[in-house]
Every structure is written in structure tokens, then in C-alpha cells.
Design a protein around this ligand. Structure first.
Ligand SMILES: [Zn+2]
Length: 667
């Protein structure tokens, strides 16, 4: 079974030599969306009510559950006495008890929590802070029900000149159909827009920023404002944090000069002592058969998936620092041969090492804004490149192929990260007419057509199994993501060879000796040797059926007779198994060295690069069948990566092997 139809066969630009570098500096706000909004003055009633019936047997024993109303949402000031006014109704009896509980937010001292009306003193906070309370009412037959209410406490001091505006920002989240794996527009969840930047903008010039804040984890925002004026609320498609963890992630329109997406609410007049509640909603724009309105939900759906990834990273490192990231999405973004982002040609959804993610938005063909798996996969490439060291050379790939081990690791990690961040082994990609079909893979299935260190499916399933709490045959491990993160961020950046599943498992075992055997078992289920694992995986015996796959690394000894090394395109070209070979050059004495590589046949063209802990020190890439390089090398362990130029530059080349002699002498 193939993992993920076409989306896993995607491109990943390593060097950013693509046309989107030609970007404009101006980044005007793109007033793309107008939206429907609800203006609710002083309250929108009590929260949800969910039954907790205990199952009735006969009609005569049915107790009609009571209803609970936790009162109006409120925006209050610090130190203010806040009164929670609840009530309950029981149509077939009477309410016998009330219970108020605080569900989230800074803990307060609730008074009279066992009566309909409770109260507390609002704590002093620096910024708008929501507190969530639940009221439980119980009737005389022991049936109960609950209601919720949010109280938002404003930061700072207020006086008679002050007004408040607060509310919740939400978006349409389109769920996947579990059978066809496409988008199911009948199944939309209204979700909070979490942790994004919200501004109050002066309506008279439509540009002066009056105040800036962020929505909370439940989508609430809140401002205290001075004076009387016309303003509007603007929600920016931006996640930012500048203390503790640091990140700056925005969704831009590459078709409109990379302008930021913003969602503007209607103008509203503020005046002293007025308390306005204004909810803002980003709609999908779906009419039933097509998108016939602005797809305002899309940028916020993308950020919602990314926010889960950010929280996963924070769980491993509360001070994680991420470089600025732009996510380029628009309805014009379609698959193409070449990269021309300005006109919406983006090859396919991918990460570029310029710290840009590009996502498809082409309705009825392929859209990815609601494909959480794809968004998180691309974000994972950015994570590996940022907090770790990505040695992947990118290129087209799929789960059925035998890949270069650097590519297999990069893609396997990205699949696993998507499933870990969503805490769900199901990986879905929707496409087609009305986005109604899709591809699906469960990373917990663990059967791939060609298991091994060169297979991204094997890599992904190992990494996911290390994390998941669902244990099965050969998987008894449930590690926090931090254990995976530490190997990536501390060991992979220092690794002398190239980063692969071997280096990952090698360092993971060092850091987690108590589960070393379980790790080996997990690897061995994917035909990877880890019970006997050294830094350069010299005990691996799975050659994938290739003539030039093993050993993974060959020692290049100084002043000894040249080695014979083979490359091949048995499994395809550009980035497949055996297209590249790895040699280790251990320099114990600084000095000038000469490295030579000669092709056995004159039509072949050896090239090599010398790396020191992942950094390219020098490339030798002249045309012709001989390559020679003199270089000053200091003491260190160098990794030399050899390829046949014609193997990797010709995607159609297949089946043949090439031999090279390679040697090094001290001058
Ligand atoms: Zn990828």
C-alpha cells in the first residue's frame, strides 16, 4: 500500500535557488477579507449544556435533566468584585444544588461556590486574561447539567474615560471524511483562533494602530480604550512571541506581493464606560458546491495547525527560538513544473530553506489549508532546519522508494512530526473535485513495501512509535517529545557523519540507555540493525538489494592505496539509494592534503564535497572523469560525500553502476 499518494512525492528546495527570492520589500496590509460579525452588547447568554444522564430503563423512570445557565460572559477590571450569576431549571422537579468551579486561568478565591450566585475578586493582571468557570446544577433525581462562562480581566488601570471591547475570534475548520479522506463540508467545527495578533485600528485613517494584543488559547481578545472614536478590530494572520519561546510566523499571499492576511471587523464607535462585546468569525467561503466567497478561514486554519506544532516544541524546550517563517498560501497556488510563486506556480506544497512554506490552494484540484498533516509535515522540515541540522538534499520522493539515507530521514521525521504534533497516527491529504477525495496513511500500521534505513515509511513509523502511547508488537516505548528533540537539537548538530536514522538511534540510545533494547527491537522490526550500533553503523547488513549500498561509511585512510567505491542508479537517480556514497576522513595532523577521485570509465564524472559537522568545507565538482583537490585540513573528523554527476543530474538515468578510485595523501 502506498503511503500517501502524491503529496508525499513532493519537492523540497534545499538551496532556495528559486524565483521567489525576487520578492518585493513592501508588505502592504492586504485588506482581503470582509467578514460577517456578531455584535453583542452585554452578553450572549450562558455556555454550553451537556447532559450527564445515567441511562434510563423505563419511561416511568426517565428524569428530564435540568438545564444550567452560567450567565453572561463579562469583561472586568482588576480588583473588581465579580459576581457570577447562575441559574438552573428543572421541568420535572427542582434544583437541589449548585456548584461553581474554576476550569482555567489564574486561580481565584471563589466565594459561595455552592450557591447560584458566587463571587470573587479579580486578580491584577498585565494583559487581558480570561478565566473559565463551570456551573453544575443537580436536580432532585440526581440528574445534572453544566454551563460555562468566561470572565476576561483587563490588564492595567481604568478610569471614567475608559471603554472596553472584547470577544472571541473563531474560524471554520473543515474536517476530513474518514472514508474518502477528502474534506467534508457538512462537518465543520467552529474553532477558536488561538494566540494570533489582534489590533484596534483607528477607522478615520484606517492605519493608525491604537492597541495591539493577542488572542488567548480559547480565542478571546480584550482591550481597554480611551476617549470616543470610530475604530475597528483587525485580526492578523500572525503568531508571535518574544519572551520565553520566540517565533514570528505569518501567512502571506504570494500572489499579492506577499501581503499579510488580515481579517477586519466592521467599524464601531467607542465611548467612555461603554463595554462592547464583539465576536469575529472567519468563514470558509464554501457555498455547497464551490468557494464563492473569500476563503477567510484558510490562513487561520493554517496557523491553527502550526500553533499545535509550536506547543509541541515548547513542551520540549520552553525557550525554543525559531527563525522568522512565512507561509505562502493563496487560492492561485497550484502545482507546476517550475517555481514562480508570484504567479501562483509553486511546484507543490513544500518548505524552502529561505524559511518559506508554500501551500497549495487550487480548489477542485488540490488545496492544503485544511490538510493539517501536510502543513505540519512542511513545518517539520522548517523545524529540523532551524533547531537541528537537516542534511537532506530534498527532491522528489515517495514511501515506496529506496532513498538516500539523508532524504529518508528528513521525510520520515516530517511525517512522524505531523502525527506527533496532532497526536494522531492518521495522515490525510485531500484533493480532487470539491476536495472530496484524498490519500490516507496510518503511521502505526508499520508495513511498508521496502523496509529499511533508506525508506521514509520505516523512519517515520519508528519515530512515531517512540512517542505514541499506543503500544503494539515490538513497540513498548512512549517517550516524551523532548527525548526526540534533544537528539535533534543537541546531537544531530554535532554529528560527524550525515544525519540519518542511524545517527538518530545511536544518540537516542546513549541518552536513554534504560530502553536501549526496546529501541533496537523497534528498529529491527523495520529491518534496521540497532542492537549493534556504532557511530557509523558499520554492523548494518541490509543493503536493500543494492550492489553499492554498504558499508554506509568507508574509512578513507591517508597515504594508503586508493579505495574502489561504487555508486548506482539501480533505485533511480537524483536522491535515491546509492546515488551518493559516504567516506570518513579522520585528520589527526593539520596540514595540506590532496584528494583524488578517478572514474573507471571515461564517461563518468566524480564530484565530492567535504563536510565538517554538516558544514561544507569544500566542493570538488569539475567536469570530466578525474577530480583532484588540494586542501588545508585541521584536526577533525570529515565526511566526504561522493557522487557521479551524471547519476544525480539526470532523473531518467536508471540501472547502471559506476566505479571510482579515491585516495588521499598528505602533501
Ligand atoms: Zn517533505
Amino acid at each position: 500500500m502506498s503511503l500517501i499518494g502524491k503529496k508525499m512525492v513532493h519537492f523540497y528546495y534545499k538551496n532556495g535557488s528559486n524565483s521567489q527570492k525576487n520578492k518585493l520589500k513592501i508588505n502592504p496590509i492586504n485588506l482581503l477579507f470582509k467578514l460577517t460579525l456578531m455584535l453583542v452588547l452585554a452578553g450572549c447568554g450562558g455556555g454550553s449544556s451537556e447532559g450527564s444522564s445515567k441511562g434510563s430503563i423505563t419511561a416511568s423512570e426517565i428524569n428530564i435533566l435540568p438545564t444550567a445557565n452560567a450567565g453572561n460572559h463579562q469583561t472586568v477590571l482588576a480588583n473588581q468584585e465579580v459576581i457570577l450569576v447562575g441559574n438552573g431549571v428543572d421541568t420535572d422537579g427542582e434544583i437541589t444544588s449548585f456548584r461553581w468551579e474554576q476550569i482555567s486561568g489564574e486561580t481565584v478565591n471563589l466565594k459561595n461556590s455552592n450557591s447560584a450566585t458566587a463571587s470573587f475578586a479579580a486578580p491584577i493582571v498585565n494583559e487581558a486574561t480570561p478565566l473559565l468557570f463551570m456551573l453544575t446544577v443537580t436536580d432532585d433525581s440526581d440528574g445534572s447539567n453544566t454551563g460555562l462562562v468566561t470572565i476576561t480581566i483587563l490588564g492595567g488601570e481604568l478610569d471614567g474615560e475608559t471603554s472596553t471591547i472584547s470577544g472571541q475570534v473563531t474560524f471554520d475548520s473543515i474536517n476530513h471524511n474518514p472514508n474518502q479522506h477528502g474534506l467534508d463540508y457538512e462537518n465543520i467545527s467552529i474553532k477558536p483562533v488561538r494566540n494570533v495578533v489582534v489590533q484596534v485600528v483607528d477607522a478615520s485613517d484606517r492605519s493608525t494602530i491604537v492597541a495591539t494584543a493577542k488572542t488567548t488559547a480559547t480565542g478571546y481578545y480584550s482591550f481597554a480604550l480611551q476617549g470616543s472614536k470610530e475604530i475597528f478590530i483587525r485580526v492578523r494572520a500572525e503568531l508571535r512571541n518574544s519572551s520565553g519561546s520566540r517565533y514570528d510566523i505569518s501567512v502571506v499571499n504570494n500572489f499579492e506581493k506577499y501581503a499579510l492576511y488580515v481579517l477586519d471587523a466592521e467599524d464601531i464607535f467607542i465611548s467612555p464606560e461603554r463595554a462592547i462585546q464583539l465576536n469575529v468569525h472567519a468563514s470558509s467561503g464554501w457555498s455547497g458546491t464551490k468557494y464563492n466567497a473569500e476563503r477567510a478561514a484558510a490562513p487561520f486554519a493554517i496557523l491553527d495547525a502550526i500553533y499545535d506544532c509550536v506547543k509541541l516544541l515548547e513542551s520540549a524546550d520552553s525557550n525554543v527560538k525559531l527563525p522568522k517563517l512565512k507561509v505562502n498560501w493563496c487560492p492561485e497556488n497550484k502545482a507546476s513544473e517550475e517555481m514562480k510563486a508570484e504567479i501562483g506556480e509553486i511546484v507543490t506544497s513544500h518548505f524552502s530553506s529561505t524559511n518559506d512554506i508554500y501551500l497549495l490552494g487550487n480548489a477542485d484540484v488540490d488545496t492544503d489549508e485544511f490538510d493539517k498533516s501536510i502543513i505540519m509535515h512542511e513545518f517539520a522540515h522548517y523545524v529540523e532546519a532551524s533547531i537541528s541540522r537537516s542534511d537532506s538534499i530534498g527532491g522528489m520522493h515517495s514511501v515506496t522508494e529506496k532513498l538516500d539515507m539523508r532524504v529518508a530521514f528528513g521525510e520520515g521525521f516530517a511525517n512522524a512530526f505531523a502525527c506527533i504534533a496532532s497526536n494522531n497516527p492518521e495522515y490525510r491529504d485531500s484533493f480532487g473535485l470539491e476536495q472530496s477525495t484524498g490519500s490516507y496513511k496510518n503511521l502505526d500500521d508499520n508495513n511498508f513495501s521496502s523496509t529499511g534505513w533508506y525508506n521514509e515509511g520505516s523512519v517515520g513509523s519508528i519515530l512515531y512509535d517512540l512517542f505514541d502511547t499506543e503500544n503494539e508488537d515490538n513497540d513498548s516505548i512512549s517517550l516524551p517529545f523532548k527525548n526526540i528533540y534533544d537528539v535533534l537539537s543537541k546531537d544531530h548538530v554535532q554529528n560527524d557523519g550525515v544525519n540519518s536514522i542511524f545517527s538518530f538511534l545511536f544518540y537516542l540510545k546513549i541518552r536513554n540507555p534504560e530502553i536501549s533494547e526496546s529501541i533496537s527491537l523497534l528498529a529491527s522490526a523495520q529491518d534496521i540493525e540497532a542492537s549493534n550500533l556504532d557511530e557509523f553503523a558499520s554492523f548494518e547488513t541490509n543493503d536493500g538489494g543494492g550492489a553499492h549500498a554498504l558499508p554506509l561509511y568507508t574509512d578513507l585512510k591517508i597515504d594508503e592505496s586508493p579505495l574502489i567505491i561504487g555508486t548506482s542508479v539501480e533505485f533511480g537517480s537524483t536522491n535515491k539509494l546509492s546515488n551518493y556514497r559516504y567516506l570518513i576522513l579522520n585528520i589527526t595532523e593539520s596540514g595540506e592534503y590532496k584528494i583524488t577521485a578517478n572514474a573507471e570509465k571515461p564517461e563518468n564524472d566524480p564530484d565530492f564535497k567535504i563536510f565538517l559537522k554538516g558544514e561544507v568545507i569544500k566542493s570538488a565538482a569539475r567536469p570530466g572523469s578525474k577530480e583532484e583537490l588540494s586542501i588545508q585540513l585541521n584536526v577533525g573528523v570529515y565526511c566526504l560525500v561522493l557522487r557521479n554527476y551524471i547519476d544525480v543530474e539526470d532523473p531518467g538515468r536508471a540501472g547502471v553502476s559506476s566505479l571510482f578510485t579515491i585516495g588521499v595523501e598528505k602533501l
